[in-house]
Design a protein around this ligand. Structure first.
Ligand code: AMP
Ligand code: MG
Length: 423
């Protein structure tokens, strides 16, 4: 049985729904959500960005044998003497995929190609270009060029048989897909995809295709949310724009809860909203209504309707994206079974002074680039109003001005959450 809102609230020190810090939201959500348990086994070509369900133990060592890292000559490194060149007779050739099994005596070497198995007893490779070949066909290695063991790749240096190659909760990026394939494994067991339902609320919200109307705006949030969820690899259940009528809202929430692991709505959660969205959330679910010490953002509803987790985001388009990035995305990643749910923040020098009040977390849209001094700098992208999507489009990251932080002077270092990888 999952914990109720009241139970989670009681576990958190200083929980105040009217003045929650961004950090407090993260802690709350980490307790509210849990990973889906169902798994499926799929081919690796379909597994990009999926979450590994259980540790994947390597059935073999990669590489399976000691092998050469260079095209050159393999020999016993004990013959290297300080200050003296070494002459060696070439006893044979080892090719990648065709080992050389002959005996190699003192004073001998084996011509070897990159990836070829190191012949028994040999531990060092001299790259071809370091050598000279004498009239007698012997190669000469100049003094001081090599250490014993150079240019040999060790068996299992990538993966050792019996060790986990991937851990439960790892996300399958392109490198991980290749790693799985390098073990000779064609299928991988992953958590099932998360199903997320979304809809927009508000009587002033127009669906695409409707004629413009005074006081009305086109629904942009659903498209943004759709894109964000697609990036994350979720199955999106799009329930459209829902008019501000109790029967329609009830039908939408009920349909969403019946099909989805999570429900994301936008609009109708601000203080003083005249509409029915909040009332319906309260009626159907176990929901908290928060005021978060952040900008943009602030109002947010969170809880459960049936078995689904509800994220009731504010209506302003940039507030939707910021609350998603700051809170919803990490929570969804946790639900997907991911071990790592955060994004790495970069440090960049602010190109300009930024006004910031301590006591709330502020997210400003910015563009990170390399300054003339070669150091990362970030510049805000114009109008920072919470409804202004164009400055979000121009940005490549969000400057995160933390809860306790005050004004920023030009040149000060600030934290930036880069969009790349997140949205
Ligand atoms: P609300 O949170 O409902 O008070 O909405 C705040 C602002 O966001 C209002 O100006 C709304 O018109 C706008 N808004 C709400 N939902 C959407 C949406 N789906 N697409 C674009 N703008 C929206
Ligand atoms: Mg509204």
């Amino acid at each position: 049985m999952s914990a109720s809102i009241a139970e989670i609230a009681a576990q958190l020190q200083g929980y105040d729904p009217q003045a929650l810090s961004a950090e407090g939201v993260g802690e709350f959500l980490a307790r509210l959500v849990s990973p889906v348990t169902e798994t499926e086994t799929i081919g690796i070509l379909s597994a990009l960005d999926r979450i590994v369900a259980a540790d994947l133990v390597s059935p073999l060592s990669v590489p399976p044998h000691d092998n050469s890292a260079m095209d050159g000559y393999a020999f016993d490194g004990a013959q290297l003497a300080a200050g003296a060149p070494l002459q060696l007779e070439v006893a044979g050739t080892a090719l990648a995929g065709k080992a050389w099994h002959g005996a190699v005596g003192p004073g001998q070497c084996v011509k070897i190609m990159t990836g070829a198995i190191m012949p028994a007893g040999l531990d060092t490779v001299v790259p071809q270009e370091f050598t000279k070949t004498g009239a007698d066909g012997r190669i000469e290695i100049p003094a001081g060029m090599l250490q014993p063991g150079d240019n040999r790749r060790h068996k299992g240096e990538d993966l050792m048989q019996g060790q986990p190659a991937l851990r439960a909760g790892d996300r399958l990026g392109p490198a991980a897909l290749g790693l799985v394939a390098s073990l000779g494994i064609a299928e991988v067991t992953v958590r099932r995809r998360l199903r997320v339902a979304c809809f927009s609320t508000g009587d002033e919200i127009l669906s695409l295709g409707e004629p413009p109307r005074e006081g009305a705006v086109y629904d942009s949030n659903r498209y943004t949310v759709h894109g964000l969820l697609q990036r994350l690899g979720c199955e999106v259940i799009d329930l459209g724009v829902v008019r501000d009528q109790p029967a329609l809202l009830e039908a939408a929430f009920t349909a969403a809860a019946a099909q989805a692991d999570a429900i994301i709505t936008s609009g109708g959660v601000s203080v003083g909203e005249a509409d029915f969205t909040k009332a319906m959330m309260k009626k159907l679910g176990d929901v908290a209504f928060w005021k978060i010490a952040m900008r943009p953002g602030r109002p947010m509803a969170v809880g459960r309707i049936g078995e689904s987790v509800l994220f009731g985001l504010p209506g302003n388009p940039v507030a939707v994206m910021v609350t998603y990035l700051a809170f919803v995305r990490p929570a969804l990643l946790r639900m997907m079974g991911a071990r790592s749910t955060g994004t790495v923040l970069l440090k960049a020098h602010s190109a300009e002074a930024l006004r910031k009040k301590p006591g709330r977390t502020e997210y400003q849209r910015g563009t990170v680039s390399r300054g003339a001094d070669g150091v990362l700098q970030v510049r805000i992208t114009g109008n920072q109003g919470s409804g202004v999507l164009s400055s979000m489009v121009q940005a490549n990251g969000l400057i995160v001005l933390h809860h306790g932080q005050g004004n920023v002077a030009a040149g000060d270092e600030v934290d930036v959450m880069m969009f790349d990888g997140a949205i």
